[in-house]
Design a protein around this ligand. Structure first.
Ligand code: AMP
Length: 173
């Protein structure tokens, strides 16, 4: 793990509400070397996993997610907030570290035989990733891994995810 990557993450206290320590990765995205190193570290554990698609969560899961998919030679499928996708969708509700919401994917992009890697920038309580895993399973596709840039270990979000599926994070705090 690169110390430079960890040092570039900005921790913003009390954002977006009191008590939340927000992990801001935009300084990594803005630096070409750090951006490239981050995507490489996300890709390495799954380079031989025959991933066919990366599913990334709105919005911060799109940033590394699409780059990661391209590096893996996989497609990218966005999981978006309700009402944002124009086609027919399936939807799952979830609870957040702050608030509650739902995510949707287009229902015709994934199916049986697809091997899906679920990616987000941060895993906090794990509710979002668990909901996306349920969405992917409903399409008939297989979840072959979870990939996060930052894990907030004190929230133990990985416990909410299906057992036996590989789980990788670049930075654990
Ligand atoms: P959770 O469902 O609790 O694992 O929340 C994960 C989602 O919320 C991800 O999309 C994260 O980007 C965002 N998130 C939750 N907590 C934080 C945090 N402390 N810093 C940055 N993003 C967060």
């Amino acid at each position: 793990m690169s110390d430079r990557l960890e040092a570039a993450i900005r921790t913003i206290p009390d954002f977006p509400e009191p008590g939340i320590e927000f992990k801001d990765i935009t300084p990594i995205l803005a630096d070409p070397e750090l951006f490239s190193e981050a995507v490489e570290l996300l890709q390495t554990p799954y380079s031989s996993a025959d991933v066919t698609h990366v599913v990334g969560m709105e919005a911060r899961g799109f940033w590394f997610g699409a780059a990661l998919a391209e590096r893996l030679g996989a497609g990218f499928v966005p999981a978006r907030k309700p009402g944002k996708l124009p086609g027919a969708t399936i939807s799952e509700k979830y609870a957040l570290e702050y608030g509650a919401d739902a995510l949707e994917i287009h229902d015709d992009l994934l199916g049986r035989g697809h091997r899906v890697l679920i990616h987000d920038d941060v895993i906090a309580t794990g509710g979002t990733a668990a909901a996306v895993a349920r969405l992917v399973k409903r399409t008939g596709a297989e979840v072959v891994g979870f990939s996060f840039f930052v894990e907030l270990t004190f929230l133990n979000g990985r416990k909410k995810l299906p057992e036996g599926v590989p789980f990788r994070t670049v930075i654990a705090v």
